[in-house]
Design a protein around this ligand. Structure first.
Ligand code: CP
Length: 293
């Protein structure tokens, strides 16, 4: 694995190796220690979890984290993404973690030697989020194959939905969607009604409505969205005893999920965030080892 750009580029074996390694690190296994390597996190879109959990993972591996902020960089003087990344490569950075609003932004970086970890490309993919979601599901159920999963929300604009749909389906889960017509992605799977399936699913994965990717022409009514597409207390109580609730976060409480359910018993929302740091350590180790850094 030279880069981590999409889930499609990972084999099933690689996915399970990463999950096993992340769970080992979580259980206290020692990780690589490489204080000789520099890494930069380039976030051209806002982030709390991805940026900071990568940073903490990097520090656990002893890496030196280069202080790069888009807002104070020469990007604001018109420097291209390619030139910014080439500059970081030339001055001695060994790995780049990049989040960018442009889908498949990494194609313009193909000429670079430096390994790239995709921290999210527009509405494209979010592979490290998908891997931490898979880790959380595997850790909880001991399997992925055969699980009945719904992904609920703004499917069309969600990189998490795309990465998770493809990989969960490949690993043998049944994945269906619940969403308004406006947020449907016709290239993905079957759309069902929330109330028709809520009592049969193993995983109810909720997504935030990505207002920043909408053109603003539609009026969004939070209360009406919550009643139709949100996890209300009533729907929560219809979930199977063994079902879990997931969300990549940030969560808009009271919209895609009722406020009081975010930390209820069936919710893995905060455990997902915790797992994210361990999964990102596992990803970084694999990139370091397989690139002979
Ligand atoms: N889940 C996720 O990507 O969160 P951030 O946008 O805070 O990184």
């Amino acid at each position: 694995m030279k880069h981590l750009l999409t889930m499609e580029n990972l084999t099933n074996d690689e996915v399970f190796q990463l999950i096993d390694r992340a769970l080992e690190i979580k259980a206290g296994a020692p990780s690589l220690h490489r204080p000789d390597l520099f890494i930069a996190n380039l976030f051209f879109e806002n982030s709390t979890r991805t940026k900071l959990s990568f940073e903490i993972a990097e520090k656990h591996l002893g890496l030196k984290v280069v202080d790069f902020e888009v807002s104070t960089s020469s990007v604001n003087k018109g420097e291209s993404l390619y030139d910014t990344c080439k500059t970081l490569e030339m001055i001695g950075t060994s790995i780049l973690v990049i989040r960018h609003p442009e889908q498949t932004y990494y194609q313009q970086l193909e000429g670079l030697m430096i390994p790239i970890i995709n921290g999210g490309d527009g509405s494209g993919e979010h592979p490290s989020q998908s891997l931490l979601d898979l880790m959380t599901i595997q850790e909880h159920f001991g399997r992925i194959e055969g699980l009945n999963i719904i992904i609920v929300g703004d499917i069309k604009n969600s990189r998490v939905a795309r990465s998770n749909y493809h990989m969960l389906t490949r690993l043998g889960a049944q994945v269906r969607f619940v969403c308004p017509d406006l947020y449907k992605d016709v290239t993905l799977g079957e759309v069902v009604q929330f109330d028709d399936v809520v009592d049969e699913v193993d995983v109810c994965m909720l997504l935030r409505v990505q207002h920043e990717r909408h053109d603003g022409s539609q009026i969004f009514d939070k209360d009406s969205y919550h009643l139709q597409y949100g996890l209300t207390s009533e729907r929560y109580h219809r979930l199977k005893e063994t079902a879990v609730v997931m969300h990549p976060a940030p969560v808009n409480r009271g919209v895609e999920i009722a406020d009081e359910l975010v930390e209820q018993e069936k919710s893995l929302i905060f455990p997902q965030m915790k797992n994210g740091m361990f999964m990102r350590q596992a990803i970084l180790e694999k990139i370091i080892q397989e690139n002979d850094l």
